[in-house]
Design a protein around this ligand. Structure first.
Ligand SMILES: Cc1cc2nc3c(=O)[nH]c(=O)nc-3n(C[C@H](O)[C@H](O)[C@H](O)COP(=O)(O)OP(=O)(O)OC[C@H]3O[C@@H](n4cnc5c(N)ncnc54)[C@H](O)[C@@H]3O)c2cc1C
Ligand code: FES
Length: 371
């Protein structure tokens, strides 16, 4: 996908900017040249590069919230990330998008990619479960399911209150297309009287086992899950406890996923991360491949179950820097002191001898990292 200048980034013009809620704004982009447009799958993300105040730039990924049916433009929907305390800056990219980017302006972006995608070949009933801005991948998935399948769908969304809820009318319009499309919103601290929020449309507090049991008939569901880490952790455990098979649960984190999951949960989840691109290699004989951290002397065993070296290190409590997780930004580059890796996503630029991108590679021999 590289262009004549070798870059995967392309100029994209902002066509429109729409406030979806108190915290979420949508941005519709149109690639300026043909090579910027690429058909995509529901659930994939765009990679944006935006300027920072010091004259540098940051790269961030945002899920396409428009339907793949609508060709020519991509919509992303971004939550403004506030600073958690007065002594740290607020989110660089999200605030720049909200405050500085206006229709007509051009940013550099890479067309959609990512392995968290709707399995359109399946006929199973679907649960789309999201928390907060994790609603973004569910929008194109719900659109396709509602318009181009006859599968029963439950669109279940949890958010803080009515003021931060995005896409309420869009979800309602899709749900109205067929009788077996259902929607439910759970407000953690609703602005309305909680007594007025009743099943099946609403609930309040935390999304509970009792609520899911009341909403969902017993069935062999396929689940797509996206939201903040504590929400994901709770829902994943809850779904397993309700008898949903782990191989039926696909999920996406908007950050360093496994750091916030217990080891046991990660282990159970690792094999089921997502359908699609980054499928882990399996079947590595025990002890055959080791990953040595040169600086600490720590030895880890590569079992083949992790989608990338970056995920593998995160699962072991190590936190290498990353940004795009998509072989574009170079943030996850590290020294490779010994051994060989294979790339499942080719790096944007060829790497110097002795360097490796962690987010898009796996070891093919025992390796030593400069970490
Ligand atoms: C696959 C994927 C898809 C995604 N899709 C979406 C999407 O559809 N919509 C969406 O809104 N987001 C999405 N994200 C998240 C998005 O990529 C960004 O991570 C998010 O917008 C925050 O970026 P930022 O530059 O605004 O914040 P950053 O600058 O990265 O900061 C993040 C947070 O850290 C805080 N912070 C900064 N410095 C410090 C410090 N020193 N100490 C403590 N805290 C600090 C900031 O205040 C902010 O709250 C997705 C992420 C991934 C990986
Ligand atoms: S995190 Fe961007 S290239 Fe790896």
């Amino acid at each position: 996908m590289t262009g004549s200048n070798g870059s995967r980034l392309r100029p994209f013009r902002l066509v429109s900017k729409t406030r979806e809620s108190d915290t979420i704004t949508s941005f519709v982009f149109q690639p300026l040249d043909e090579s910027g447009w690429q058909d995509f799958e529901a659930g994939q993300f765009l990679t944006l590069q935006v300027p920072t105040q010091d004259g540098a730039s940051v790269v961030r990924t945002y899920t396409v919230s428009s339907s793949p049916r609508l060709t020519g433009t991509y919509r992303i929907s971004v939550k403004r990330e506030q600073a958690p305390s007065a002594d740290v800056p607020s989110g660089l990219c999200s605030n720049w998008l909200h405050d500085a980017l206006e229709p007509g302006m051009v940013v550099q972006a890479a067309p959609p990619r990512g392995g968290f995608v709707l399995d359109r070949t399946s006929a199973r009933p679907v649960l789309l479960i999201s928390g907060g801005v994790g609603i973004t991948p569910m929008m194109p998935m719900f659109d396709l399911l509602a318009r181009e399948s006859d599968r029963p769908v439950w669109f279940i969304h949890a958010c803080e209150n009515e003021a931060v809820e995005a896409f309420r009318s869009e979800v309602a319009a899709l749900a109205a297309l067929r009788p077996d499309l259902h929607r439910h919103t759970c407000y953690r601290v609703p602005k309305a009287d909680p007594a007025s929020l009743t099943l099946p449309r609403h609930s309040s507090g935390l999304l509970s086992r009792a609520t899911l049991q009341a909403l969902l008939p017993l069935d062999d569901y396929e689940v797509y899950l996206c939201g903040p880490p504590p929400f994901m952790q709770a829902l994943y455990a809850l779904l397993l406890s309700l008898g949903v098979r782990k191989e039926r649960i696909a999920y996406e984190f908007f950050g360093p996923a496994s750091l916030t999951l217990s080891e046991e949960t990660v282990e159970r989840a690792a094999a089921t991360t997502v359908a699609g691109a980054d499928q882990p290699a399996t079947g590595v004989p025990e002890g055959a491949i080791s990953v040595r951290l040169g600086r600490s002397g720590r030895d880890l065993e590569w079992t083949g179950s992790s989608p990338s070296l970056l995920s593998f290190l995160e699962e072991h409590g190590i936190e290498p820097a990353f940004s795009c997780r998509a072989a574009i930004c170079g943030t996850c580059e590290q020294g490779l002191i010994a051994g060989d890796v294979a790339y499942h996503e080719e790096p944007l630029d060829p790497l110097a001898e002795g360097r490796v991108l962690l987010c898009c590679s796996r070891p093919v021999s025992s390796i030593v990292l400069d970490l």
